[in-house]
Design a protein around this ligand. Structure first.
Ligand code: TMP
Length: 215
């Protein structure tokens, strides 16, 4: 049985997820026992999954077909779960993941429509079993705002370059899973200031984390 605690961060493009994870990391490094926490990101984190990430996001000479894209995200997740997440949870750590299978539901299910959201959930169960986050922090930003934020940045990858319709469908996918598995979701308004959001996240964790990790 897992003794640790599993938190995932989710959001569409430009929701501020990576900034919030780095602010949380700084807070933990300053105030807590860092050995109790493992930060992971999907896809990535191991030599193999960083290669898969490169193939998925920046392999312009031969971009993957939609089904290949879906299976590569799932393959990277199998690696992440078996090699990093489950061992850390079994050691009693708090795992903080920058994206997990909700992203596949939102992007490959909702936005690309490769298969239904339920189909992606079934595929997830086939590939990683019943591993689920205990808590998912979903930073929600209206697609119209997210796309403006992205346009102000240069050097966009294959997925970041998609249009407004794609961003809207990503949100539909998140709406599906955040309703279906509502017990683990906390939805945060991603248009608040970074400091307001960070304070809100620390407050949520102070209530949700098991006693031994109290923030
Ligand atoms: P990141 O930029 O938040 O690190 O995520 C990498 C990109 O990969 C982002 O555009 C979302 C996308 N993605 C999917 O399309 N499906 C997935 O299952 C995951 C984990 C990420």
């Amino acid at each position: 049985m897992n003794k640790g605690y599993f938190i995932s961060f989710e959001g569409g493009e430009a929701a501020g997820k990576s900034l919030q994870i780095s602010m949380l990391r700084q807070y933990i490094e300053k105030n807590l026992e860092t050995d109790d926490f493992l930060f992971v990101r999907e896809p990535g984190g191991t030599p193999l999954t960083e290669e898969i990430r490169r193939l998925l996001l920046n392999y312009e000479i031969d971009p993957p077909l939609p089904m290949t894209e879906l299976l590569l995200y799932c393959a990277a997740r199998v690696e992440d779960v078996q090699k990093r997440i489950l061992p850390a949870l079994e050691q009693g750590k708090v795992v903080i993941a920058d994206r997990f299978y909700d992203s596949t539901i939102a992007y490959q299910g909702g936005a690309r429509g490769i298969m239904s959201e339920q189909g992606i959930l079934d595929l997830t169960e086939m590939t990683i079993g019943s591993v689920k986050p205990d808590l998912t922090i979903y930073l929600k930003v209206a697609p119209e705002i997210a796309i403006k934020r992205k346009q102000n940045l240069g050097n966009l990858d294959r997925i970041e370059k998609e249009g407004l319709d794609f961003y809207k469908k990503v949100q539909d996918g998140y709406d599906f899973i955040s309703k279906k598995e509502s017990g683990r979701f906390v939805i945060i308004d991603g248009t608040k200031t970074p400091q307001e959001i960070s304070n809100e996240i620390i407050d949520i964790l102070s209530h949700k984390l098991p006693q031994q990790f109290k923030i």
